[in-house]
Design a protein around this ligand. Structure first.
Ligand SMILES: Cc1cc2nc3c(=O)[nH]c(=O)nc-3n(C[C@H](O)[C@H](O)[C@H](O)COP(=O)(O)O)c2cc1C
Length: 215
């Protein structure tokens, strides 16, 4: 089991940049692991503490910390999965027992599920959009910290992330939203690469427009 790092003194200057080929290689090859390939073991409590603390080291305009985590493990995770199955059956009256069981299994199959909850302060002068962007950064950091701790993971939402009854059952208030469920565990096989963005299409160096009167 990896040791938990002691955070540096808050007043100590940190490295503004640190060249690291391993980190570049890590970012270049990171991937999510499909749920079907995620099994035991998952992070131990001390490892999960570290993953969630590192996930929370993100840019955050005016330090509002507009997110929180809900961790599902063991019997409570199974109960949450059963509630998702029951809600699925309620919403889909013609669903077969197999279809309901699939919904239950999807939530319960990985050792640990972490719900990342967006908790924006709508009255604050920091726009909600910016608060939500911080939550997205937390999600990506969570995956990276899990991978760097030796675990695989995937960020999923599914229908129940936006189902009002499931959100209520998971303890959300009406101003909160689930940014995603992070399934963490160990990969039974390594995922293969998927197509990546064509950088030519999404990167442009801005140039001032040439107007006739400027020529
Ligand atoms: C907010 C959010 C919600 C997602 N929800 C789902 C989902 O419900 N089902 C799904 O198959 N993939 C979902 N994905 C995509 C998976 O995370 C997907 O495995 C991932 O984008 C694969 O890319 P990667 O290997 O580069 O991480 C979601 C992604 C994000 C960012």
């Amino acid at each position: 089991m990896s040791s938990v790092h002691v955070p540096p003194d808050a007043m100590q200057p940190l490295a503004a940049s640190q060249h690291s080929s391993p980190v570049l290689g890590f970012l270049n090859t990171r991937r999510s692991t499909p749920l079907a390939l995620l099994g035991a073991p998952g992070p131990a409590p001390s490892q999960l503490d570290l993953i969630l603390r590192l996930a929370s080291r993100v840019p955050d305009h005016r330090r509002l910390v507009p997110w929180r985590f809900i961790v599902f493990t063991d019997a409570a995770k199974q109960e949450a999965a059963q509630q998702i199955g029951a809600r699925f059956a309620e919403l889909n009256e013609t669903a077969s027992a197999d279809e309901v069981a699939t919904e239950v299994r999807k939530f319960a199959c990985s050792p640990i599920v972490v719900a990342l909850v967006s908790t924006p302060d709508r009255a604050h002068k920091t726009p909600v959009w910016e608060q939500e962007l911080s939550v997205g950064a937390v999600g990506q950091n969570l995956l990276l910290a899990a991978n760097a701790s030796g675990f695989a993971g995937v960020w999923l939402s599914y229908w129940y992330a936006v189902d009002p009854k499931i959100c209520e059952a998971f303890g959300l208030c009406v101003t909160e939203r689930i940014a995603g469920f992070f399934h963490l565990g160990t990969a039974s096989e390594n995922p293969i690469e998927r197509p990546r963005p064509d950088m030519q299409k999404i990167v442009k160096y801005w140039q001032p427009a040439l107007h006739d009167d400027a020529i």
